[in-house]
Design a protein around this ligand. Structure first.
Ligand code: MTE
Length: 315
């Protein structure tokens, strides 16, 4: 049964949680941070993206998802500005169709693939994942996506394919943040082939049962739930299978602070702050921070990928 025919659990919880929280805030007159900051933003003309046909994925977390407002107004997407609300403000007019992804490197089916060719053969799943940023905040996001590995297999990687490299669109006319050298453009990320093929890794094309909002990485982005959020590269236009470890944007700009693996790890501090605890966006300024979980809580599924690797050195 597709989700169009039924109401999903997160639709009930998130909407009612969100409304309750707003009622409480209005009643108490207290400014409680994330959620209120989000609703206090000046409104830009925001059209909600179209709905998608999805099926529920049984491995989701049962934690309550963040509201649509939290998820779409508090973002990192430096191509549209460096402040958290900039992507919401500045990406509304970003046009993402037609969209082409170039596939290259160590595979037998390289080529230019249209968005529709990439997405159509796959069943879209609702997957509710914890999302943990390196800045020590977290959210719970109801993504729509499908296993990246199912897509990569269609390109028939060969035995030299040890890594997968990704790039974001480079187009300063459409992405005004790229006119400033805050990062070396285009944004780049990479995974080992084992990480890319892991069933928890998805290519995401939406949130909350709708197509991906621009500020969230339209039309398609990476989601790797056991890693810090910056591994989740947005608005992907290139996928390359490589023999050597690819360079990544954050590692290129600050290698002491951002490694290649970037698995969520409460025991390895960022050089400038602790990673032991996290602030759940939307919980309010006075809510206690919560302990961060190794691999963001997905250790049972992914720890074996790093057997024998020193995770203090390989951060
Ligand atoms: N992808 C691109 N192309 N540009 C970016 O600036 N920011 C990264 C990642 N992907 C970024 C990107 C960072 S730092 C984080 S924390 C996540 O996107 C934020 O994703 P979210 O806005 O969905 O929370």
């Amino acid at each position: 049964m597709t989700s169009k025919n039924r109401i999903r659990a997160w639709e009930i919880t998130s909407e009612s949680n969100y409304l309750n929280r707003r009622d409480f805030l209005r009643g108490s007159g207290i400014a409680l941070g994330g959620a209120l900051a989000a609703t206090a933003l000046p409104r830009v003309a925001e059209a909600r993206p179209p709905e998608l046909e999805t099926v529920a994925w049984p491995g989701s977390t049962d934690e309550a998802p963040n509201s649509w407002e939290d998820i779409t107004t508090y973002n990192n997407f430096y191509e549209f500005g460096t402040a958290k609300e900039d992507p919401y403000r500045n990406a509304q007019d970003f046009v993402t169709r037609p969209w082409t992804v170039r596939v290259s490197g160590e595979c037998d089916r390289p080529g230019d693939y249209a968005y529709e060719d990439i997405v159509k053969p796959h069943t879209l799943e609702d997957r509710v994942y914890r999302h943990r940023c390196v800045e020590a905040w977290s959210m719970v996001v109801p993504w729509v996506g499908f296993p990246l590995g199912d897509l990569l297999k269609r390109f028939e990687p060969n035995s030299n394919a040890k890594y997968v490299a990704f790039k974001t669109l480079y187009d300063p006319d459409r992405m005004p943040g790229q006119r400033r050298p805050v990062l070396r453009w285009p944004y780049r990320e990479g995974l080992t082939i084992e990480e890319a093929m892991h069933p928890l890794t998805i290519l995401s094309v939406g949130v909350y049962g709708r197509e991906m909002p621009n500020q969230k990485g339209a039309p398609m982005r990476l989601v790797v739930p056991w890693k810090y959020g910056f591994k989740g590269i947005k608005s992907i236009v290139e996928i390359e299978f490589t023999q050597r470890r690819p360079r990544t944007s954050w590692n290129m700009s600050a290698s002491r602070e951002y490694g290649f693996y970037s698995n969520v790890n409460p025991e390895v501090d960022h050089p400038r702050w602790s990673q032991a605890r996290e602030r759940r966006i939307g919980a309010g300024l006075f809510a206690p921070k919560q302990p961060t979980l190794m691999f963001n809580g997905y250790g049972e599924e992914v720890a074996h990928l790093y057997a024998g690797l020193d995770l203090r050195k390989n951060y």
